[in-house]
Design a protein around this ligand. Structure first.
Ligand SMILES: [Zn+2]
Length: 199
């Protein structure tokens, strides 16, 4: 599977209708004028296979034993990357006291080589938490791969990072210009989908 350029990844996201402009609250609580609705891509197995293939290409030769991702998109992505690498896939869920943890009988052995994957990296929080959950088992994180790094380089990791598409999307705290303009605010991601499919 050939590598994909950032422009090709952007085209896949745009054609899937995953790039939305408006006024959004992100998971971090900050506001943004652009939102990437990754599930518009992840609902399409062929596109997901293509994107995961680029990650699998990068990961081949790195002796990956297991692929781990954070809920929710990371479940799908980890599974497809693992399918292509011929490894196991596990996922980390939100812990009751914060952070992430492995449940459902998932176990990692000390020294087991784990690749962490996620869909969109905004602040890096989910990726950091998943890396911490892997290390808490004694396993080794050999690297991380994401479909999109939208942090503009702000999110840094202590393992090699492969991002298929890097872009900078401004986010706002106090003093959001979209709030000042009175633009209606959307809570994307977990809000119910419209009853009539767009396409
Ligand atoms: Zn705002």
């Amino acid at each position: 599977m050939p590598q994909l350029t950032g422009a090709e990844v952007e085209r896949i996201f745009r054609e899937a209708g995953a790039v939305r402009d408006g006024h959004f609250v992100l998971a971090s609580g900050r506001h943004s004028g652009r939102y990437l609705e990754k599930f518009q891509v992840l609902q399409r197995p062929r596109e997901t296979e293509k994107l995961a293939g680029a990650i699998a290409s990068w990961a081949r030769g790195r002796d990956v034993a297991t692929v781990a991702g954070p809920t929710t998109g990371g479940i799908i992505l980890a599974h497809e990357v693992a399918r292509q690498l011929g490894t196991r896939a596990v996922y980390a869920e939100r812990g009751e006291l914060g952070g992430r943890e492995f449940r459902r009988g998932f176990s990692l052995a000390p020294g087991e080589r784990v690749l962490v994957v996620d869909d969109i990296m905004s602040t890096g929080g989910s990726v950091h938490e998943t890396i911490a959950a892997v290390r808490a088992t004694g396993a080794t994180v050999l690297g991380a791969a994401v479909l999109v790094d939208r942090s503009g380089g702000e999110a840094t990791l202590d393992v090699p990072l492969y991002a298929l598409w890097r872009l900078e999307i401004p986010t706002y705290g106090v003093g959001c210009p979209l709030c000042a303009a009175g633009a209606p605010l959307e809570h994307p991601g977990t809000t119910p989908a419209p009853t009539v499919a767009a396409r």
